[in-house]
Design a protein around this ligand. Structure first.
Ligand code: ADP
Ligand code: MG
Ligand code: ZN
Length: 467
C-alpha cells in the first residue's frame, strides 16, 4: 500500500492600493500595461522602495496561520531569466521570512497542518498567448504576494481541499485577498511524493499553479497514480516540475526541478531590513475579525449545529448575525437553524432576528407547522410584520381538528380530477400518496397538521380498498 505525501506552496495576491515596491495601481482587469513604472518593469537604475501598506495584509496572513512574526525581516533576490521577469530576478524572502512556525487545524479531517513559513515576494508579469504570439502584461509585475509554505503534512486530496477552503475563506474575510482562484489571485503548487508505509519520504514533484479546487484534487490523483506506476515498474521518480493539463487531466513534465542553489539567492542590497514591532503585530491582530473557520466552530459548539449547517450559516456575516441573535433570544437553536436554512434557500431577504426568534417559538410550540412557518417568515421578511400579530390577524394556526381534516380529505377524494391518483394508489402505486397529501394541504390552505392529514388520508384510502 502506498501513501501520498503532500506539501503546499500557496501564492496569495494581497489586496492593496499599490504594488510591493512602487505605487503603481495593484488592480486586476485594467487595460494591459497601464499600471507600470520604471521600478516594476525593471529599468536599469530604478530603486525599489518597500510599500509599507503591504505589511498589513501580510502580517494578517501570518497571524491567521498562527505564525511567529519576526521582528526583523528582509528581502532576497532570486535570480532567473524568463520573459515575465524584466529585472532578471524576483524579490522574495529566503533567509529571513517575516512569519514562521504556524499551523492550521482541519476540523473535518481532524488534523493539524504545520506552516513552515510565510514570505513576501513580487509577482511576475502575465504572459498571454494569442495567435502564435506572446503578449506580456506588466500590470501584474510587482503585485504583492505572500507565499505560504506548509510542511509535508497532507496525505489526501480531501485534506488539501479542506485546507484551501479554510485558507480562502479566512483570508477573504480578513480582507487580505480576493481569493479568486480562477483569476489567479490564489495559486497552489502541489509538492507530492509517494512512499510505502513506514518508509522514508520519497522524491517529490511539484505541480504548478493550480487554479481550481477541482483541478487540485484531480492533479493529486493523477500524479499519485503516475508515481506509483513508475515505482511499480522498478523505476525512480525524478524531482521535476510538472504542469497539470486541464483538458487531458494529466500531469506532464515541464522542467527538471531546480533547487535553491540554482537561483543564486542573495540579500537584495537595494532593500534595508524592515522592522515589525510587537506593537504593530498586536494592532494588526486587533483588526482581524472573528474568522469564518472560528465562527463555524463556535456555532457548532455553542449552538450544537451540525458542521454542514454551521458552514452554510457562516457563509455570510449577515446570516450568521441573524442566526446568533435569534437563537439567543428564543433559546431554540435547532428550530432557528432549520427555519433560517430553509428561508435563505428561497429568499435573499433576511428576516429580522426578532421575527425569526418569534417564528421559531410559534413553530416549536406547535402553533404553526414547519410549512406554515416558512410561509410566515417569507411574508414578514418582506413586510416587517410581527409574527405574533400575523398569526393573530389571519387566524394562521395549525389545523389539528380531526373533523376538519377529514372533511378536506373527503373533498379531495371526491374530486374527479383526483380520480386517477386514487385508482393508481389502489393499484399499488404508493408514490401518489404524496400528491394527494399535497391536495389536502392545499384544501386546508397549508395549515393542516401534516402527520394527521397523512394518517386520515391513508385510513380512508385503505378503508376503501378493504371495503
Ligand atoms: P524547495 O527548497 O525546493 O522549495 P522545500 O523544502 O522548500 O523545497 O519544500 C517545498 C515544499 O515541498 C514544502 O511545501 C514541503 O512541505 C514540500 N515537501 C518537501 N519534501 C516533500 C516530500 N518528500 N514529499 C512531498 N512534499 C514535500
Ligand atoms: Mg520553495
Ligand atoms: Zn510600478
Amino acid at each position: 500500500m502506498y501513501e501520498t505525501v503532500i506539501g503546499l506552496e500557496v501564492h496569495v495576491e494581497l489586496k492593496t492600493d499599490g504594488k510591493l515596491f512602487c505605487k503603481c495601481k495593484n488592480r486586476f482587469g485594467d487595460p494591459i500595461n497601464t499600471n507600470c513604472c520604471e521600478i516594476c518593469t525593471g529599468l536599469p537604475g530604478a530603486i525599489p522602495v518597500f510599500n509599507e501598506e503591504c505589511l498589513i495584509p501580510a502580517v494578517k496572513t501570518g497571524l491567521i496561520l498562527n505564525c511567529k512574526i519576526s521582528e526583523k525581516t528582509r528581502f532576497d533576490r532570486k535570480n532567473y531569466f524568463y520573459p515575465d521577469l524584466p529585472k532578471g530576478y524576483q524579490i522574495s524572502q529566503l533567509y529571513e521570512p517575516f512569519a514562521t512556525d504556524g499551523h492550521i487545524d482541519l476540523p473535518r479531517s481532524g488534523k493539524t497542518i504545520r506552516i513552515r513559513e510565510v514570505h513576501m515576494e513580487d509577482d511576475a508579469a502575465k504572459l498571454m498567448y494569442e495567435n502564435g504570439r506572446t503578449v506580456v502584461d506588466y500590470n501584474r509585475c510587482g503585485v504583492p504576494l505572500v507565499e505560504i509554505v506548509t510542511m509535508p503534512d497532507f496525505r489526501t486530496a480531501d485534506e488539501v481541499t479542506e485546507f484551501m477552503e479554510i485558507l480562502r475563506k479566512d483570508l477573504r474575510a480578513a480582507g487580505v485577498t480576493d481569493g479568486r482562484l480562477e483569476q489567479g489571485s490564489m495559486r497552489a503548487d502541489i509538492n507530492l511524493s509517494v512512499r510505502k508505509e513506514g518508509e522514508d519520504f520519497g522524491t517529490r514533484t511539484e505541480t504548478k499553479n493550480m487554479a481550481s479546487f477541482k483541478a487540485i484534487a484531480k492533479a493529486i490523483e493523477e500524479e499519485t497514480r503516475r508515481q506509483i506506476l513508475i515505482l511499480e515498474k522498478g523505476g525512480q521518480v525524478i524531482q521535476q516540475t510538472m504542469r497539470f493539463d486541464e483538458e487531458t487531466l494529466k500531469t506532464e513534465v515541464m522542467r527538471t526541478k531546480e533547487n535553491s542553489d540554482d537561483y543564486k539567492y542573495f540579500p537584495d542590497p537595494d532593500l534595508p531590513y524592515i522592522t515589525v514591532s510587537e506593537e504593530f503585530s498586536r494592532k494588526i491582530r486587533d483588526m482581524i475579525p472573528e474568522l469564518p473557520s472560528q465562527k463555524e466552530r463556535r456555532f457548532s459548539e455553542e449552538f450544537g449545529l451540525r458542521d454542514e449547517d454551521a458552514k452554510v450559516i457562516c457563509r455570510s456575516d449577515d446570516v450568521a448575525d441573524v442566526f446568533e441573535k435569534a437563537a439567543k433570544m428564543s433559546g431554540l437553536n435547532e428550530a432557528t437553524a432549520s427555519l433560517l436554512l430553509t428561508h435563505i434557500a428561497s429568499s435573499e431577504k433576511l428576516p429580522a432576528p426578532e421575527a425569526l426568534s418569534k417564528t421559531a417559538v410559534l413553530m416549536a410550540g406547535g402553533k404553526i407547522s414547519a410549512g406554515m412557518a416558512k410561509t410566515l417568515l417569507l411574508d414578514v421578511s418582506e413586510t416587517g410584520e410581527d409574527p405574533d400579530e400575523y398569526v393573530e390577524k389571519r387566524g394562521f394556526v395549525r389545523i389539528t381538528d380531526d373533523g376538519l381534516i377529514a372533511d378536506a380529505v373527503d373533498k379531495v377524494l371526491a374530486d374527479g380530477d383526483n380520480a386517477k391518483a386514487v385508482s393508481d394508489f389502489k393499484a399499488g402505486k404508493d408514490k401518489v400518496l404524496g400528491f394527494l397529501v399535497g391536495k389536502v394541504m392545499r384544501e386546508l390552505k397549508g395549515k393542516g397538521d401534516a402527520g394527521k392529514v397523512r394518517t386520515i388520508l391513508l385510513n380512508k384510502l385503505v378503508g376503501d380498498i378493504d371495503g
